[in-house]
Design a protein around this ligand. Structure first.
Ligand SMILES: Nc1ncnc2c1ncn2[C@@H]1O[C@H](COP(=O)(O)OP(=O)(O)OP(=O)(O)O)[C@@H](O)[C@H]1O
Ligand SMILES: [Mg+2]
Length: 363
């Protein structure tokens, strides 16, 4: 029985915790086609919250609904990359559908040799993608573009957004799903050239509920031929802390501890938990804390006296500063995915183990 957990970035786990509603909405959007607002969506979440995995699932959903998909990461050359993979996927999709040789269908012509071999100047990108979309439209095929790791400082990202907006208004069957870290997305949204992006649906990948984490643990384990005791499941769920990557780390080490038996026990969970926490500490926590400024850390420390959640005026009083002054730190920490804002503007530390880590340093 091989270990079913996937503590590796970018890998889609066998069961996604807490994404059912979003995926259903996306499924509906892809079936509805043009006009559904969720076809233009921004996925926003901290490191390891599951953005790349979710993009993969949406791409899979799109394929099932008869769309073709072009996936890319925001980087120089991304526009050409999108076009080439869209052309390639369109050709093989039509080939499968029509059972004709690619050469004989019109996408073959769209794939004009001069395009395929020589990247044309970027200004031509709109004409080329429009030609492809026109072609796809005749077969009622939509094009989903996914862009991972969005960045605001990239001219091609801006160009993509503006061309996409035009294509939408022309009624193209097209969808753009982007994913990025909160700080990058927020910079992108501030860019005046692409104010249209502010109207995209936004989906935040915050903490996943314990119930959903627990169900995903049980399903993953059961599908791979083991089971887990109630006590062990409680420990595992608590260790995961509502965080996708930590769930996979926890599951992975708990499974390793139970290598020789079929029911994962409390003892396996306790041992696995220690290994998962060590891995998380060295792999995520230390680098996250290192990237924070002194002011950010002081803000976090001022949250420690509150057991579950804090409010800004209390934090300000502890730091002997005005609420206005410290709101910069609040914004920075929210963007880093380290804290979360709840009902009534309450703030809580959302990164697993961070509170314990800071408390130990304080001691
Ligand atoms: N919904 C989920 N439930 C459980 N595990 C998940 C879920 N989504 C992703 N994972 C797991 O969490 C880890 C991180 O996922 P992923 O690489 O998609 O995160 P990310 O947000 O793209 O991270 P980064 O910002 O570093 O690119 C992976 O191990 C993946 O298998
Ligand atoms: Mg990613």
């Amino acid at each position: 029985m091989s270990n079913p957990f996937t503590p590796t970035f970018g890998i889609v786990p066998p069961y996604l915790a807490g994404r059912e509603v979003f995926l259903l909405e996306m499924q509906r959007a892809l079936q509805d086609g043009p006009g559904n607002p969720n076809l233009s969506t921004l996925l926003i979440g901290p490191r390891g919250s599951g953005k790349t995995a979710l993009l993969s699932c949406v791409a899979e959903e799109a394929l099932q609904s008869g769309w073709i998909v072009a996936r890319t990461v925001a980087a120089d050359g991304m526009l050409e990359d999108i076009l080439q993979s869209a052309l390639k996927n369109a050709a093989s999709f039509l080939h499968q559908r029509t059972k004709k040789k690619v050469k004989s269908v019109s996408v073959g012509q769209v794939l004009g040799i001069e395009w395929a071999l020589e990247p044309a100047p970027a200004t031509n990108w709109r004409t080329r993608i429009t030609a492809l979309l026109d072609e796809l439209k005749q077969h009622d095929i939509g094009l989903l573009i996914t862009v991972d790791e969005v960045r605001a400082d990239l001219p091609e990202m801006i160009q993509l957004a503006s061309v996409y907006q035009l294509l939408l208004t022309e009624g193209a069957k097209i969808s753009l799903i982007m994913a990025g870290l909160p700080a990058q997305v927020s910079d992108l949204l501030e860019d005046k050239q692409v104010s249209f992006l502010r109207r995209c649906s936004r989906h935040y990948l915050g903490s996943i509920s314990d119930t959903e984490i627990s169900v995903a643990f049980e399903k993953t384990i059961a599908a791979s031929g083991k089971s887990i005791s109630g006590e062990a499941l409680k420990i595992a769920t608590k260790t995961a802390g509502g965080y996708a990557y930590m769930m996979q780390l926890t599951g992975f080490y708990i499974w390793e501890e139970a290598a020789t038996h079929s029911i994962i026990s409390k003892k396996d969970a306790e041992r696995g938990m220690i290994r998962a926490e060590d891995a998380f500490r060295s792999g995520v926590l230390l680098s996250t804390v290192r990237e924070l400024s002194k002011g950010d850390v002081a803000f976090l420390r001022a949250m420690l006296p509150d057991e579950d959640y804090s409010i800004l005026p209390d934090i300000a009083a502890r730091l002997k500063k005005s609420s206005n002054y410290i709101s910069t730190y609040k914004r920075r920490l929210l963007m880093a995915g380290v804290i979360e804002e709840g009902a009534g503007k309450t703030l809580s530390i959302s990164m697993p183990m961070l509170r314990e880590y800071l408390e130990q340093q304080n001691a």
